[in-house]
Design a protein around this ligand. Structure first.
Ligand code: AMP
Ligand code: MG
Length: 327
């Protein structure tokens, strides 16, 4: 089976082609163009969608060329149908619908968050993990039970990615800022006390954001260090409680923030205490990409033959715990 996956939920427009053979998947190409807002600014949905429109045809043709396939070779097309920014989602959906209806190829709307998880499982080999999904759009702890992903903790306000990006922008970085903060944090070990807020098994980051902005006026480096230590410790507490509760033997981290080495290091300690194996999605596939969508579409094709074109909607706030996973 040969699939094309299209991702366009937020900053990234990406197309990927994967060849599926039984349970194995080989990524033949994964081409991306990322919208970069100007310094100090966040993603403006209209500008990001314009970026996606302008880049969609070149990304698609590079993706096909790299994989050395033509559209007629494809068995299915999948696209990220949500959650995400409406104008951005619609670009991917329009490209997918046009190709599907012109070339008569089955089409599959895919939940973006499930895409992160399924690609993580393919690439790490985790089989039944507790999942920590930390990205620009999500901060969630999840476990799979009776055909659905169940939430064992999440953010009550902004996501971990938003915390890092909003703080980073306030000290002059251009979004996405996670990598810059990680680099600066590695130069300090000077911890300044910051608000730590875990409620039940949920986390809240907005007070931490304001307080970190305030201490950064004195020292940006120790502010980055203290921010990471505090936010990641909050995540670790929630993860540790969820591991104890679910008794999972695997923890998998996915989403753009999974690229952070300090986060993995802290979670590694948590896992060691509970004899749990840690799986971290490879950095190249941690952030948003077409492969996540493509692989999930290919899995979905095991149990259904696609969706009628008139039902190919996009849904800005499509929660992953509302999706039935039948494959
Ligand atoms: P995604 O929405 O999955 O594409 O993830 C994007 C988010 O990942 C943004 O908020 C980035 O700042 C964040 N990110 C990327 N690399 C790192 C890193 N090395 N450390 C922390 N956050 C990161
Ligand atoms: Mg994402």
């Amino acid at each position: 089976m040969l699939g094309l996956g299209i991702e366009s939920t937020a900053h990234t427009f990406s197309c990927a082609i994967i060849k599926k053979d039984g349970k194995k998947g080989e990524i033949l190409s994964d081409v991306r163009r990322i919208f970069r807002p100007s310094s100090g600014e966040g993603i403006h949905p209209r500008e990001a969608s314009r970026h996606h429109i302008e880049n969609s045809s070149i990304v698609l043709s590079e993706c096909l060329n790299e994989a050395n396939v033509t559209i007629k070779d494809l068995d299915l097309i999948s696209y990220a149908a949500g959650p995400g920014l409406g104008p951005c989602l619609r670009v991917g959906a329009v490209v997918a619908r046009s190709l599907s209806s012109f070339y008569k190829i089955p089409i599959y709307p895919v939940n973006h968050a499930i895409g992160h998880i399924e690609l993580g499982k393919l690439l790490t080999g985790a089989t039944n993990p507790l999942v920590l999904l930390v990205s620009g759009g999500h901060t969630m702890l999840l476990a799979f039970l009776n055909k659905q992903w169940r939430v064992f903790g999440e953010t009550l306000d902004i996501t971990l990615g938003q915390l890092l990006d909003q703080f980073g922008r306030s000290i002059g970085f251009a979004s996405p800022c996670g990598k810059n903060i990680e680099n600066l944090a590695s130069e300090s070990s000077d911890y300044v006390q910051l608000p730590y807020s875990v409620k039940g098994n949920d986390v809240s980051f907005s007070g931490l954001l304001s307080a970190t902005k305030s201490i950064s006026k004195k020292d940006k480096t120790s502010a980055c260090y203290s921010l990471q230590e505090t936010a990641f410790a909050m995540i670790c507490e929630a993860v540790e409680r969820a591991i104890s509760f679910t008794r999972k033997k695997e923890l998998m981290i996915v989403g753009g923030v999974a690229a952070n080495k300090r986060l993995s290091e802290m979670l590694h300690d948590v896992c060691n205490r509970h004899k749990c194996k840690l799986f971290v999605v490879p950095i190249k596939y941690a952030g948003d990409c077409g492969s996540q969508i493509c692989w999930t579409g290919l899995l979905e094709s095991q149990v259904n033959s696609g969706v009628p074109i008139q039902d190919t909607f996009v849904t800005q706030s499509w929660r992953l715990d509302s999706v039935k996973v039948n494959y």
